[in-house]
Design a protein around this ligand. Structure first.
Ligand SMILES: [Zn+2]
Length: 359
């Protein structure tokens, strides 16, 4: 691993380059590759908030294990401090250490920019590889990448953002140091818009830590941003809100018991964004089926064994009507079942849930 203090390219003044714009390459999985989306005009007077990439949030109340791969004491301290900005407002905890099965694994390769897997997508990365790289740590970069790590997308990808890019100018600016991006990379990282149905934010927050800083000449309609180096008020509200990690709900800290073969449990999504977490205790190896029933379009995820951050299955509509059903061979252990409405922006309603052993 290169030493980031000596291995950074220098400009003509001999000073290390500072990124002209904080740009990170987000390694999204194919299922999350976003469709290009024409820009909608921003809604005046609307409530602004950050954007969550649908389906990548961890269980509310989770403790995420974090392991550093290299890095100096000072780099590690910065990463830890800025992770704490999210921890201060969200119902999430970070545990730093050398756990080989850490959920978030951070390298500090100065030649690989700054990027992070988004939320639970980190589970798809082999345990010996990083899920986040902090190639530079200029103001707020670690906080921005930890925003991705807990499931936030880019604020400039908000389809309500109202940014009209001056594409040739942006492509030329990012072709040089420190990014050296080709046109396709710029199109993916900057111009691509998350489609409305894949994110859970609506309005545009110009102060979000999840926004790249860019100058007005990058846009055709004069939209510019300054470098946001701290969490905005709306970042804090959003991440602590019902759709992300609210402290008003215990989440995984107090799961509802879901017994195998017992009578179905009646539950409801009372407020938009709310999630219910159930604890399923499996005593014997076998194939188990968990499903919901009722008129509500809910989405289900299964985590375990023994870990509320290890996603092993998820389903939307394999059951009756719009209900999810998961059938899975399980070893003995504790499993966590998360149920939330498919439409986290406005969906509410009642459902029942049951679990049984099939073989
Ligand atoms: Zn980013």
């Amino acid at each position: 691993m290169p030493d980031p203090t000596t291995d950074r390219p220098a400009d003509d003044t001999g000073q290390p380059f500072r990124p002209a714009a904080r740009c990170c390459y987000d390694r999204v999985l194919p299922r999350n590759l976003m469709r290009p989306q024409p820009l909608a005009a921003p809604r005046p007077g609307g409530r602004a908030r950050a954007v969550a990439v649908r389906g990548t949030t961890w269980l509310n109340g989770s403790t995420l294990k974090v392991r550093f791969i290299g890095g100096t004491a000072s780099q590690r301290a910065t990463a830890r401090e800025e992770a704490g900005w999210w921890e201060a407002v969200a119902n999430l905890k970070f545990e730093f250490g050398n756990m080989p099965n850490a959920d978030i694994r951070i390298s500090f390769d100065a030649n690989d920019g700054a990027w992070s897997m988004v939320g639970t997508d980190a589970r798809s990365v082999p345990l010996n590889q990083a899920t986040m790289n902090l190639g530079f740590l200029d103001g707020g970069t670690a906080a921005h990448e930890f925003g991705h790590a807990i499931g936030l997308g880019h604020e400039h990808s908000n389809p309500e953002g109202g940014i009209r890019w001056n594409e040739p100018v942006v492509i030329a600016a990012l072709a040089g140091p420190p990014n050296f991006w080709d046109e396709a990379t710029v199109r993916h990282n900057v111009f691509r818009k998350y489609s409305v149905d894949q994110i859970n934010g609506t309005e545009f927050d110009p102060e979000s830590i999840m926004l790249y800083a860019f100058p007005a000449e990058w846009t055709l309609n004069g939209v510019a941003t300054r470098a946001n180096e701290v969490l905005s008020r709306l970042d804090k509200e959003f991440v602590a809100g019902a759709k992300m990690y609210p402290r008003s709900s215990p989440g995984v800290a107090q799961p509802l018991p879901l017994a195998v073969g017992a009578a179905r449990i009646e539950q409801s999504i009372g407020r938009p964004g709310e999630e219910d977490v159930f604890l399923l205790k499996v005593d014997a190896e076998g194939v188990y089926e968990i499903d919901t029933r009722g008129p509500t379009d809910v989405y289900m995820k299964l985590f375990g064994p023994g870990s509320p951050t290890a996603l092993i299955a998820e389903d939307d509509d394999s059951g009756y009507g719009l209900n999810p059903r998961i059938s899975k061979a399980l070893l003995p252990g504790d499993y966590y079942v998360q149920v939330r409405h498919y439409d986290r922006s406005s969906g509410t309603g009642r459902y029942t849930i049951g679990a049984r052993r099939r073989t």
